[in-house]
Design a protein around this ligand. Structure first.
Ligand code: NAI
Length: 467
């Protein structure tokens, strides 16, 4: 029987990063994966393909509507959806092959099949190629990720009623796409299909979109998306979906109760959240405890109720973000190798890849108010940033929140061009315990978008230069 220091179940960003880090530290590692390719949801049917389509659709949109202003005449622009999808598939393949290469380089064994934990130190794999194999493990790491949450009365067929998976492979641009859920997936996929020509309606249960985002930033995002043509029905729930040959009729009700209405569309995207995916993993039999929401219970060292079994990523509580899973994977690997692995949950950036992007890190204004923390806010709009103007992307702002007494940066919320990249500057500042003044006194190259971050930091002290 093959025996390993660590057997990882799941090869998504949490699992494959944990496997590589553990191997780097000298552990013998196997990683079990049931998909035919490595990389998990993120690389195969999530982050990577969606970003490929976001990039392509953004270029289509630019060629259709923005080139003219730049003095570039291209005539009428035509969409070749088959080519766009083929490019996306190639991007996915390059990424999954990349993980394969990294596994070989680091001597991590990929075991392609479905893993079940059959004891505190044993994983049985039903091999994709047929047959089964039992792996002996000093430690087992559950990194099985998550799956879409379904909605009662709305049956997903991945054709007319799709999750993000089907939303990435539509064979034609829908005339009318209804997105259920105004969160990360809904707004990103809604943006893709909206740019390619679909009318997009977002139906959201709450009276706001992106519930965990800073309120002012979420409102600004909604306003910008509306300007782009997306429409929103907030405070509304979907109670039923009837699929016909020609499309889908949704029955909607106000979330607070009231008369039902109907909404016709060609395609429905269900994006109402994700749930931990631990089906058939054998958790109950081996005694791994889960909470009422199905999340594996872990201690500060990612140890489950069975001491030799660990869990990370979407399978445990916390933000369902690839980079959070990666950092947890590294922390587990380092702990297993006798080091002090640790994740700072106060500084996990979150990014929505709409156009413009939204990047956040640390606390929102709502969270600071609820916690009774006195804070100062500095805000700087991209309309006042030279580079943003030159780029023709002036929507949005940078907002930095700092402790009223100590000036320590407590959070930042950026909506604007490259916000996902810009937010890293604040994440680093926060990791170093920086004050807003530290950020403001750091020399920022001109002309860059980052200057808006510096100006927001200056604005915390009421002294921006360019506003
Ligand atoms: P989400 O949690 O971001 O948003 C779900 C939305 O659906 C919420 O606004 C919620 O209020 C709403 N909702 C829930 N039940 C509803 C109902 N019955 N009717 C109408 N609206 C309802 O979840 P989403 O967008 O499905 O994404 C899943 C996970 O994947 C998230 O945790 C997200 O963090 C992650 N993700 C991250 C991305 C990124 O980092 N850029 C991209 C895509 C997904």
């Amino acid at each position: 029987m093959a025996s390993y220091d660590l057997v990882v179940i799941g090869s998504g960003p949490g699992g494959y990063v944990a496997a590589i880090r553990a191997a780097q530290l000298g552990l013998s590692v196997a990683c079990v994966e049931k998909r035919p390719t490595l990389g998990g949801t993120c690389l195969n049917i999530g982050c990577i393909p969606s970003k490929a389509l976001l990039q392509s659709s953004e270029r289509f949109e630019a060629a259709s509507h923005q080139f003219k202003e730049h003095g570039i005449d291209v005539g009428s622009v035509k969409l070749n959806l088959t080519q766009m999808m083929a490019r996306k598939d190639k991007v996915v393949e390059a990424n999954t092959k990349g993980v394969e290469f990294l596994f070989k380089k680091n001597k991590v064994r990929a075991v392609m099949g479905t893993g079940t934990i059959i004891g505190p130190n044993q994983v049985k794999v039903a091999l994709n190629a047929g047959g089964e194999e039992v792996l002996d493990a000093k430690a087992i790491l559950i990194a099985t990720g998550s799956d879409s949450v379904s909605l009662p009365g709305v049956t997903v067929d991945e054709q007319r009623i799709v999750t993000s998976t089907g939303g990435l492979t539509l064979s034609a641009v829908p005339k009318h796409l209804v997105v259920i859920g105004g969160g990360y997936i809904g707004l990103e996929m809604g943006s893709v299909w909206g740019r390619l020509g679909a009318k997009v309606t977002v139906v959201e249960y709450l009276d706001r979109i992106t519930p965990t985002m800073d309120g002012e930033t979420a409102k600004t995002l909604q306003r910008i998306l509306e300007k782009q043509g997306m429409s929103f029905q907030l405070g509304t729930k979907v109670v039923k979906a009837d699929t016909k040959k020609s499309g889908v009729t949704l029955t909607l009700e106000p979330a607070a109760g009231g008369a039902a209405t109907t909404l016709d569309c060609d395609v429905v995207l269900v994006a109402v959240g994700r749930r931990p995916y631990t089906d058939n993993l054998g958790l109950q039999a081996v005694g791994v405890a889960v909470d009422p929401r199905g999340r594996v219970t872990v201690d500060h060292h990612f140890r489950t109720s069975v001491p030799s079994i660990y869990a990370i990523g979407d399978a445990i509580p916390g933000a369902m973000l690839a980079h959070k899973a990666e950092d947890e994977g590294v922390a587990v690997a380092e702990q297993l190798a006798g080091k002090a692995g640790h994740v700072n949950y106060a500084v996990i950036p979150a990014v929505i890849y709409t156009s413009p992007e939204v990047g956040s890190v640390g606390q929102t204004e709502e969270e600071l108010k609820a916690a009774g923390i006195a804070y100062k806010s500095g805000k700087f709009p991209f309309t006042a940033n030279g580079r943003a103007r030159a780029n023709g992307m002036t929507d949005g702002f940078v907002k930095i929140l700092a402790d009223k007494t100590t000036d320590r940066v407590l959070g930042a919320h950026i909506i604007g061009p490259e916000a996902g990249t810009l937010i890293a500057e604040i994440a680093i500042a926060m990791e170093f315990g920086a004050s807003a003044e530290d950020v403001a006194r750091t020399c920022h190259a001109h002309p860059t978008l980052n200057e808006a971050v510096k100006e927001a930091a200056l604005a915390v002290d009421g002294r921006p230069i360019h506003m």
